[in-house]
Structures are given as C-alpha cells and as structure tokens.
Design a protein around this ligand. Structure first.
Ligand code: ADA
Length: 554
C-alpha cells in the first residue's frame, strides 16, 4: 500500500509489492535472473551491493476481466521505463515522486509488466548525481494496480482556512475514459456532505470542480503540533447509473501564518526543533519500511523534536502519513542538493526541478504536517542567473499552493542576493566544524549582514548545523571526528541558537549517518556522512544526550 490507510473502498486496487524477477544489463549477475523484493533497493542483493546501471524488473499481472488499468508507482530510482506485454507505456525520472501509467482497455488474462530501471549518473540526470547522499537503484516505493471504470477521480486537493470558523475547500479532478452522461461529485468531510453536478464528459476529457464546506467553531478540532486530529475526506464520483469511483484521504484543519520573525500554527507561535533526515538506513537503503520509519520518528520524539526536514527531496507519503498522525511539522523540499553552477545551466535542470515541484505539491498537498515548502538546497543564490532560477521556482510553487510559506537553505553567507524571495530566510551554518569561529560570533555576524542587506524582518531558521562524529571513535584530546568533539560542538551550537531571540527554528544536520556516493570518499570517512546523532543502524552517539537535553529544555 502506498499510504497507511485505504485510499479506495469502491475502486478495486491491488498491491504489486512482493517478489519480482530482476536481471541486470551487464555482467554483475552473469546473465542470471534473481528474485528481488519490491519495494526495495538492489544494493541489498550481495552481488549488486555496489551496482550502478540498468536493471529489468519483471512480473506477471492477472486480470479477471477486460478493464482499464492504472499502474501507480510510488518511486523508482531514478529513471523508469514501463512496458506492458512488451509495449512501452510510460516513463518517469526522479526517485522521490510517484507517477502513474494508464493502460486503457486491457484484456482479461495474464500480462507481463516490465520496468526498466536506470540509476546511472549522466548528463540526462541533472538532479541525481554523485552527492553527499546515495542514489540507490530499484523500485524503492510501493507499486499498485487500480482497475478503472468509465471515469475516475485523479486528485482531490484540500485546503482549510480560518476566519473565526473553519472552512474547507476541496478541488476534485476527474478524467473520463469513456463517455459519461450524468455525473456528480460528492465530498464527505467531518460530518458534512456536499455534492455538485459535472457537465457530461466525452472520452478523454478531464474536469475540475471545487466544493466548499463550512463549519461552526466547535465542529472542528484543529490539527496541532504534537497533538494531531485528522479527518477522513471521502470523494465519490457518480456516473450514469451510480457511484463508479472514490478517493479517500486524511486531512487536518490548521493554518500556517508568519508574523514578523515568528512562525505561527493556528495563530500560535511555534519554535521549530527539528532534524534533517535522509531516507537512508544501513539495512534498507532509501526504501525504509513503515516500521523503520516509525522507529526514526520514535527516536526524534525521544530527542525532543517537533519537526523534520526532508533533506533534500520529497519523502515517501507513508512517512508523511506518520508525521500527520503524530503532529510533526514537516519542511518538504524539491530534489536538489548543491547543484553545481554548470549543471544549473544544463537544459534539463529547470524542467527536472519543475517536474519535481509539480509532482511534490500535487501528491503531498493534503498532508497537514507539511507547513513549508523548500527548494534548491545550497544552490547558486549569489548570482543574477541563480536568483532568476530561485524566482522562477518560487513562482511555480506559489502558483500551486498559497497556503504555505516557502524557503530555501542558503550557504552563500555574506554573498546571497536572493534572500528577499522566500517568506522565511534559512541558513545552513557549520561554525566550529567547517568554520573555526565561535557560534555566537558567526550567527551574529550573519544576522547583522542579513539586516544590512535588507533581508531582515522575516522568520529565520538555521536549517543545518552540526559536526562529524564517527561512531565508536573516542579520543581524549577530543579530536575532530571523535564522538566527544561532535557532542561538544552540538552543545555550543544548540546553546547559542536555541536561545537566540531572533531564531524561529532549528534543524540539526543530521538525524542519522548516511551512505554517500563513492565519489565523495575523500572528505567522507567510511563513505558516509558521519554527522548523524545516531549511526546508520540508529545506535546513539554521545551527542544524543546533548541534543535530547537541549531540545527538551527549549
Ligand atoms: C550541506 C548540505 C548537506 C550536507 C552538509 C554537510 O550543508 O546541505 O546535504 O552535505 O552540508 O555534511 O557538509
């Protein structure tokens, strides 16, 4: 299942997770076909633990009747080409967003589903490149097959507003696979039901309709930080004779507003105590199962956190479901980490970023936990060209969703010319680690420079800070890379930043150690980014108690 609840009761949907046949192009498996778990990464298969290339995933799919089929892929890393009975039916780039492939008029019987998965680094792939995290290979998120009738609901976007009472707006999108004469859409939410007629649709047509629901104050319990209330949103599509499709989501009523340097949820100021988290685990690679995701959340809650930043890409919706349920605030960002200037000039750069933004917002818009969208971590925000890129991507985000603020994590300290563009200013800083300067002095200089350059007056988040600590390396002189030194540095950073009157939020770099691309070996002992508070297997380092004390005290 791609979510932690049933998305359909009426529409027949079947999981295609489980064992698939896997072969790879090249010598790694000596021409053999092996079994591979979906979802999963092929690095878990010993012969493929360091394979980078093209692999073929195959399985059969049974249909008990003639029908239209919608294949839903939660994520394939990083490029997928999909074939149905040998015919090419669709493709997708980017490991971290889902995609769908429609097979209209499939015939009853047995069919072969083949997904060619490519995780090679090349010019074609601007966003997946050798980096300070690992691009794994495989079908890394769940796969489902849905059976469709003459028309189906493609999405339902929920937004809530508050003006003394709560209001919900639900934008429903519908597509027709065959002509449907009389059609209506019904929305049921928090004890109220509304419906609207659609004009008759012809084959291939799509339609959008927005329905509104109003509530009295006492009828809604808002979604609060660490105290979530969720409601089932049920959309039903009726065509000709009766209901033919449905869509269920879980939503929360809450507002996100900014007031001067404050971030507010439901009108109340909130201080963000967060972690940067990669989807990575020593055992599972980027394909963590929900139990492992929940383990991470338990640890973050134990550490006193109330927020997570999905550095540096959209996350698995099941992780977002858990955050929704537990009231954890999420900074979600599009996929881009420190893309070098020459790659930002590549013709694929902007289309790949915009596709990721479009898919991220379309797929994750309803998660109440997401309180802010981020883009382009540590990219070229100090040049006129880079500023134009940020402006274009912020404009795209704002055209898709006006209910959340936007930000980006900058490392172009003292040179950035794009800080007027976001609603929230965010800096990644590493005083005492990369920069040998006391934390209060560095943070103070940076904020003063920001004010002098006209970017003050907005909330400020320190979106990254931390230090390297190699698990098990202890040292009496507290050398860099020792657990002792990591704990010392975090203690100073947390002491200064969490008590700074101008800071609205913090994200420690990082929750756990992560594997990095082999190309990063020279600056990354064990080819890992060792700045985790826990290691790749979630064993705590000395810094764990330091963070726990600081976050619980705040
Ligand atoms: C940057 C970057 C992170 C990570 C970090 C580090 O700030 O955003 O992805 O690479 O530095 O560990 O140096």
């Amino acid at each position: 299942m791609q979510r932690l609840f049933d998305e359909h009761v009426l529409r027949p949907a079947k999981s295609l997770d489980g064992l698939w046949d896997l072969s790879v192009q090249g010598e790694a498996l000596a021409g053999k076909t092996v079994k591979a778990m979906v979802p999963g990464v092929w690095e878990r298969i010993p012969a493929l633990c360091s394979f980078r290339g093209v692999a073929d995933y195959n399985r059969t799919v049974e249909l008990s009747e003639d029908t239209s089929v919608l294949l839903r892929f939660g994520g394939v890393s990083h490029t997928a080409r999909v074939f149905w009975d040998g015919a090419f039916v669709g493709q997708h780039y980017n490991a971290f967003t889902g995609f769908e492939v429609l097979i209209p008029s499939a015939k009853k019987g047995s069919h072969r589903l083949h997904v060619e998965v490519d995780d090679r680094y090349s010019d074609e792939s601007v966003l997946h490149m050798p980096n300070d995290y690992m691009t794994y290979g495989g079908i890394n998120r769940p796969v489902e097959m849905h059976l469709l009738g003459n028309a189906y609901i493609t999405k339902a976007h929920f937004t809530s507003t508050f003006d003394g009472a709560w209001h919900a707006s639900v934008k429903v999108s519908v597509a027709a696979l065959a002509a449907c004469a009389a059609q209506s859409v019904q929305v049921s939410l928090a004890g109220k039901v509304v419906s609207a007629q659609l004009t008759p649709m012809h084959q291939g047509e799509t339609a959008d309709i927005t329905l509104r629901l109003d509530y009295d104050l006492g009828e809604i319990t808002p979604w609060q930080v660490l105290s979530a209330t969720l409601y089932d949103l049920l959309v039903t599509l009726t065509c000709d004779a009766g209901p033919i499709d449905d869509l269920i989501d879980r939503v929360g009523f809450r507002t996100v507003t900014l007031s001067g340097e404050e971030l507010r949820i439901n009108g109340e100021s909130v201080f963000i105590k967060g972690f940067n988290r990669h989807e990575d685990h020593g055992q599972f690679g980027c394909a963590l199962d929900p139990g492992a995701m929940m383990d991470d959340i338990q640890l973050m809650l134990d550490l006193g956190a109330n927020s997570v930043r999905t550095s540096h890409y959209p996350n698995d919706p099941r992780f977002l479901d858990l955050c929704d349920e537990l009231g954890i605030l999420v900074w979600e960002e599009n996929h881009a980490r420190a893309i070098p200037p020459e790659r930002m000039h590549h013709e694929n750069f902007m289309p790949q970023c915009l596709a990721c933004i479009d898919e991220m917002v379309a797929q994750h818009m309803n998660h109440p936990s997401i309180y802010i969208w981020g883009i382009l971590n540590e990219c070229e925000s100090e040049t006129p060209f880079g500023r134009g890129v940020y402006a274009q991507q912020f404009a795209r985000l704002r055209s898709l969703d006006v209910s959340r603020p936007v930000t980006f994590a900058s490392c172009r300290h003292f040179t950035d010319i794009s800080l007027d563009l976001p609603d929230v200013v965010s800096f990644n800083i590493y005083p005492r680690w990369y920069v040998d300067e006391p934390v209060d002095s560095y943070a103070g200089r940076l904020l003063a420079w920001m004010d002098e350059n006209g970017a003050g007056g907005k909330p400020v988040i320190f979106s990254e800070f931390g230090a390297g600590g190699i698990m098990g390396f202890h040292d009496m002189r507290r050398a860099k890379w020792s657990e002792e030194r990591q704990a010392d540095i975090l203690a100073e950073q947390l002491d200064v930043l969490s008590n700074h009157p101008r800071v609205a939020g913090l994200y420690i770099w990082q929750f756990s150690d992560v594997r990095v691309s082999d190309e990063w070996f020279a600056s990354r002992p064990k080819t890992q980014n060792n700045k985790g508070i826990v290691d790749m297997y979630r064993r705590p380092k000395l810094a764990y108690e330091v963070v726990k004390n600081a976050y619980h005290k705040k």
